[in-house]
Design a protein around this ligand. Sequence first.
Ligand SMILES: NC(=O)c1ccc[n+]([C@@H]2O[C@H](COP(=O)([O-])OP(=O)(O)OC[C@H]3O[C@@H](n4cnc5c(N)ncnc54)[C@H](OP(=O)(O)O)[C@@H]3O)[C@@H](O)[C@H]2O)c1
Length: 282
Amino acid sequence: MKNEPGRLLITGGSGFLGARLVELALAQGWDVVATCHSRRPQTPGVRWETLDLRNAAATRRLVEQVTPDVVIHTAYRQEGPDMMAIIGEGSAAVAQGAFAVQARLIHLSSDVVFDGERIGRYTETDEPQPVTTYGAAKALSERLVAAAHPGALIVRTSLIYGGPDRPGRHERFVLDVLDGRAEAVFFTDELRCPIEVGDLAAALLELATIDRSGIVHVAGSDVVSRYEFACLVARAFGRDPSGLCGGLSPAAPRRPRNCALDSQVAQRMLTTRLRGVREVLG
Ligand SMILES: NC(=O)c1ccc[n+]([C@@H]2O[C@H](COP(=O)([O-])OP(=O)(O)OC[C@H]3O[C@@H](n4cnc5c(N)ncnc54)[C@H](OP(=O)(O)O)[C@@H]3O)[C@@H](O)[C@H]2O)c1
């Protein structure tokens, strides 16, 4: 069943994915309410609300007060002492609020909930086995969200990039290395399915109108190593990738190596094409 655009609450509207979601949702006619934390965007046509996911009661209250039809929860922190509270309890509070007002909920999760030891792509039926603290926080958030809101859709995605017109942090890092502002070995054995931010935002907005719960993988169709991704980024920005250094990932601290996601279930549901990074940046 497809639902019409109504009121959409986007948490993390000031973030990389959130900003693109805000833009596309407005263009599609959604009544957009978006949250920010440390910076307040001035996007016209949007009601901006300040949110601190560390305050679970206030988070739940905000969701209930907005009374959205759909919530897309992107806000998070990947590091820092509050990461577990923000990703775990914070996401649970968003889910409780959404459930209380019977809003559809799409919760953003990550490919790093897996340990990366699989041969081939991970499907939605594979069990999370995180090996990093961030991966553990995201895996916890998946469990808390599903418990608080059984109708929630949990979307696992991969590296998000934007191309030369809208570079994200992964691309800016490659440029920093090329310009000598940072040093890095780009791992040849760490595999991901990067997705263009506009493709992901469009897919999420499509999923917002479809009654579907559980877990779904939404990532780009190409599996590339971190090194190949960095080379594609360099070329897309008109730079020579020969200055980039490729190598194997270290044994410690442990990192998930192959986090390739199988997104066939999502692709069958969607008209948005989940393009591979070689097509987008190549
Ligand atoms: N980026 C990737 O490559 C990638 C890969 C896999 C999965 N994901 C998932 O995709 C989602 C979006 O990622 P992104 O790269 O777009 O994130 P991002 O650009 O880092 O944005 C994070 C957002 O969270 C907000 N935020 C930070 N701390 C907060 C707090 N205490 N309370 C409320 N909001 C807070 C930020 O607000 P301010 O900026 O206003 O402080 C910002 O709007 C995340 O859930 C992430 O796990 C991302």
